[in-house]
Design a protein around this ligand. Sequence first.
Ligand code: TRP
Length: 435
Amino acid sequence: MRIERFLTGITTSGTPHLGNYVGSIRPSVGHSLRPDVESFYFLADYHALIKVHDPARIQRSTLEIAASWLACGLNPDRVVFYRQSDIPEIPELTWFLSCVLGKGVLNRAHAYKAAVDKNTAAGNDPDSDVNVGLFMYPVLMGADILMFNAHQVPVGRDQVQHIEMARDMAHSFNHRYGEHFVAPEAAIEDHVATLPGLDGRKMSKSYDNTIPLFAPREQLKKLIGSIVTDSSAPGEPKAVDGSTLFQIYQAFASASETEALRQAYAAGISWADAKHLVFERIDQEMAPMRAAYQALIDDPAKMEAILQAGAAKARAIATPFMGQLRHAVGLRPLQTHASASAKTVKLALPVFKQYREPDGRFYFKLQSGDGKLLLQSGAFASPKVAGQTIAALQAEGVTALNSSTVTLEKGPEVTESDIAAALQALQMAKEAKPV
Ligand code: TRP
């Protein structure tokens, strides 16, 4: 079974709403339960700084979004769930990538171009009120994705250009420095609805037309009551096409429930009754999660601990990988043998060495890229069993330390997480090959 790596981020710039739930949280939680998928979910708080300059809002949004994901069923033990700003390797990689990407590519990025067009239309300087963060947005996003060599990135259509740019960055870097990155693909879920907001436009913070995901029952009722409808009277047949209320219902209801509402529309259901039905249906889905959400919001220390544990998992990958990349570009200790070829990069990776001692028995050791002893095996009767133990370590990571039939001893001052990091680095190097 090929394990696909999925990765997606959500910008911590506001309170999560039903559009985020339908478009991102719900399908992602569904994905994370698949056995053939390894998922990375993160809170894109560096991205939030581009637009939000209110520190309290950044912090609050981070808590709310993290709590929403968990309340909606994301299991942090099954996935890597972390906060972008806990991974210092990401801004470092952003810099590496910005040095292989043509500036012209960023000039063409939709978000930047839209800002420039708006300024030009208003007769302002093209870059008026555009910060460098907005310009660099796609590079930071590329670093998010390439840091973990994600294969698939579930995103909305508006983000596809960014994934293409990330592929560009992967190719340019690989071309110059050897095969380090997997070229990611956008996983666009066509069946996932873009939810309209209260006024019928796409539900979005920028339009101020959202329904907060965990609005209390009374507020939810009021907001659904305020969804725009046409002026047809009770008893008059109503059109489902273009009905915001109908589209929102459809995102929550089963096929048969949706069909029933379609018929009710044709039969002239009143807008008040239709709104009541939609409210009860959404509330039925959200009510059980509301309590879990509130408990997490009320215990930020617990939420913080969960994110720290996630950051440790993410950094077990990011730190050794970044070490490999630093070496590749030439940021190396001065005594290391200088060579520009990609082969030297391989030398920096940890290695397993198998050998036979004069006692006639078989051994292996794991060494770091700079020759430090990480793990020493005891004696194996056959090279085959030694090889199998190595294979188990490569496939299962440190958990295989306990199942070995022969003692495996850590090198001096080596911790289990050093070994985990070395095994991860080997794994990453193996996966990075087929671009
Ligand atoms: N740009 C994404 C959004 O606005 C958020 C994001 C940041 C992201 N980094 C990412 C999504 C990496 C996918 C992968 O929705």
